[in-house]
Design a binder for this molecule. Structure first.
Ligand code: ATP
Ligand code: MG
Length: 427
C-alpha cells in the first residue's frame, strides 16, 4: 500500500491537488482512500460532498464513486478528555512555578489534536482497509511540522517524568515532592503519556516508511517558494521522503517554455491595455517563480497544475484538473527512492549521512547527547537515535556537502578498545 501526503503553505491548493490525485488514481483502477488531517472541512467542499464524522462514528467512510472513498475526521471529545489528565497535572506544576495561568493554559494544549486523531485513523486504515493507495490532505505546513516533532517532545517529557520503574517513583514520591515543592505525576498521567508516546511512535514509523512519500504543493510566488524550500529541509530532517513538487495555479502563458514570451493581444482601449499589462506582469512573475522552483527543487519531479478559470469542485472537475497537469501527478504507485540516514564504515571510523537539501553548514547545529545526535535546522529539532556502533564512537567532524549532512565518528578508545573492534559492520 502507498501513502501519499500533500502539504504546503496555507491556501496553495493542497486539498484540491490531493483530491484530484485521488480521483485520477481511482479512475485508473487503484483502490483509493482520500482523507484529511486538517480540521478545516474543505476536503468535502472540494469533492462536493458532505463529509464530517467523528472517530466514534462506526462507519466514517463515504464512498465518492466506485474505487474512491473519503474520510474527514474531527477530534472527538475522548481525545481531549484523555489529554486533560496530563494537562491538569502540567497546570499544577506551572502554577507551582509561578507561571501565569493564561500562559500555562496555552503551553499545555495538545498541539495538533485533530491531526493526531486523523493520523491514528490513518494507521487503522493502513492496517485494516482494502486500499492500494491512501492520499492524505494535510493541514498547512507549520502544523504538520509541529506534529512531526511531537513524538520527540513527548519522549522528552516522559524521560523526565517517568523514572525507570514506576515502583521507584511511588516510593520516592513524598520525598521528591517535598524536596522540589512540586507535585509528581500520578499513575493516570503517566499512563496517558505512555499511550500517547506509543501512538506517536507508530505514526512516525508510518510516516518514515518506504511506501510513504510527501508531495510539496506550492504556487510560483517568491514568498511561497521561500517557505517551501524551508519545508523541504524540515521534512527531510524529520525523515520524510518528498517525491514530487506540485506547482499549482500556474497561468497558461507562464507555463510556456522558458524564453517564449507570453502572447499579448494588441491593446485596444486604455482599460484593455491596463489589463494586458497586469496579465503580462503576472505571467512574467510566474515565469521567474517557475525558474526558481526548478532551480530550488531539482532533481525532484515537478508537476505543473494550471490555474483554471473556475474552482474545481466535484470528482469530474478534479479529474479534469489532474488531466490538465503537466507531469505525472497520477504516478502514485511508484515508491520514491529512500532518502533516510545511512551509516557506513570509512577510514578508521564511520560516516553518518542525512540528506538535508537547501541548507549550508552554518544553518545546522549539531549536538551529541549520550546515545543521540541532536540536529537543529532553522528552529526545527530532530533527535536521531544512534545505531549501536556509533554509540561507542565520538564525533570528529561534520560537513554539509551535496545537500547531505555528513558526520564522522571514530571509536572511543575508552568505550571500545581496538582489540574488540574486529569485524563489526554498521546495522
Ligand atoms: N488550479 C486551480 N485553479 C483554480 N482554482 C483552484 C486551483 N487550485 C485550488 N483552487 C481553489 O483555491 C482555493 C484553495 O484551494 P485549497 O482549498 O485546495 O487550498 P489548501 O492549500 O488546501 O488550503 P488550506 O491551507 O486552507 O487547507 C479553493 O477554492 C480551490 O477551489
Ligand atoms: Mg486544505
Amino acid at each position: 500500500m502507498r501513502v501519499v501526503l500533500f502539504t504546503g503553505k496555507g491556501g496553495v491548493g493542497k486539498t484540491t491537488t490531493a483530491a484530484a490525485t485521488a480521483v485520477q488514481a481511482a479512475r485508473a483502477g487503484i483502490k483509493t482512500l482520500v482523507m484529511s488531517t486538517d480540521a478545516a472541512h474543505s476536503l468535502g467542499d472540494a469533492l462536493g460532498v458532505l463529509l464530517v464524522t467523528t472517530p466514534d462514528d462506526p462507519d466514517p467512510l463515504v464512498e465518492i464513486e466506485p474505487g474512491l472513498s473519503a474520510l474527514q475526521l474531527s477530534a472527538s471529545h475522548s481525545v481531549r478528555r484523555s489529554w486533560r489528565s496530563v494537562q491538569d497535572y502540567l497546570l499544577t506544576v506551572f502554577k507551582g512555578l509561578g507561571i501565569d495561568a493564561v500562559v500555562a493554559d496555552e503551553l499545555t494544549v495538545l498541539p495538533g489534536a485533530d491531526e493526531i486523531v486523523a493520523l491514528l485513523e490513518l494507521r487503522t486504515q493502513i492496517e485494516q482497509g482494502p486500499w492500494d493507495l491512501v492520499v492524505v490532505d494535510c493541514a498547512p505546513t507549520a502544523e504538520t511540522l509541529r506534529l512531526l516533532a511531537l513524538p520527540e517532545s513527548l519522549a522528552w517529557h516522559l524521560e523526565r517524568l517517568i523514572p525507570a520503574q514506576r515502583g521507584l517513583l511511588r516510593a520516592l514520591r513524598p520525598a521528591a515532592a517535598a524536596a522540589t515543592g512540586l507535585p509528581l505525576p500520578g499513575a493516570v498521567v503517566l499512563d496517558t503519556l505512555r499511550r500517547w508516546h506509543a501512538s506517536m511512535l507508530e505514526i512516525q514509523s508510518i510516516l518514515a516508511a518506504e511506501t510513504t512519500s510527501v508531495r510539496l504543493v506550492l504556487t510560483p510566488e517568491r514568498v511561497v517558494i521561500a517557505e517551501s524550500r524551508r519545508t523541504l529541509t524540515s521534512l527531510r530532517l524529520y525523515g520524510l521522503t518528498v517525491d514530487q513538487v506540485v506547482v499549482n495555479r500556474v497561468f497558461p502563458d507562464a507555463a510556456a517554455p522558458e524564453g517564449a514570451s507570453p502572447a499579448l493581444s494588441s491593446p485596444g482601449s486604455d482599460q484593455e491595455s491596463t489589463h494586458t499589462a497586469w496579465l503580462a506582469g503576472w505571467n512574467e512573475a510566474q515565469q521567474r517563480g517557475l525558474a526558481e522552483v526548478r532551480h530550488s527543487f531539482d532533481p525532484l519531479p515537478i508537476v505543473i497544475a494550471p490555474y483554471l478559470s473556475h474552482e474545481p469542485v466535484g470528482a469530474d472537475a478534479l479529474a479534469a484538473l489532474a488531466e490538465a497537469c503537466t507531469g505525472a501527478i497520477g504516478d502514485v504507485l511508484m515508491a520514491a527512492p529512500a532518502q533516510g540516514m545511512t551509516v557506513r564504515p570509512e577510514e578508521g571510523g564511520f560516516l553518518l549521512t542525512l540528506p538535508l537539501p537547501l541548507v549550508t553548514a552554518a544553518e545546522v547545529d549539531l549536538k551529541r547527547r549520550d546515545d543521540e545526535l541532536l540536529v537543529v535546522v532553522a528552529g526545527h529539532r530532530r533527535v536521531l537515535s544512534l545505531p549501536s556502533v556509533l554509540r561507542r564512537c565520538v564525533v570528529t567532524g561534520a560537513v554539509v556537502r551535496q545537500a547531505t549532512l555528513r558526520v564522522r565518528f571514530v571509536p572511543d578508545e575508552r568505550l571500545w578498545p581496538v582489540k574488540e573492534r574486529e569485524s563489526v559492520a554498521p546495522e
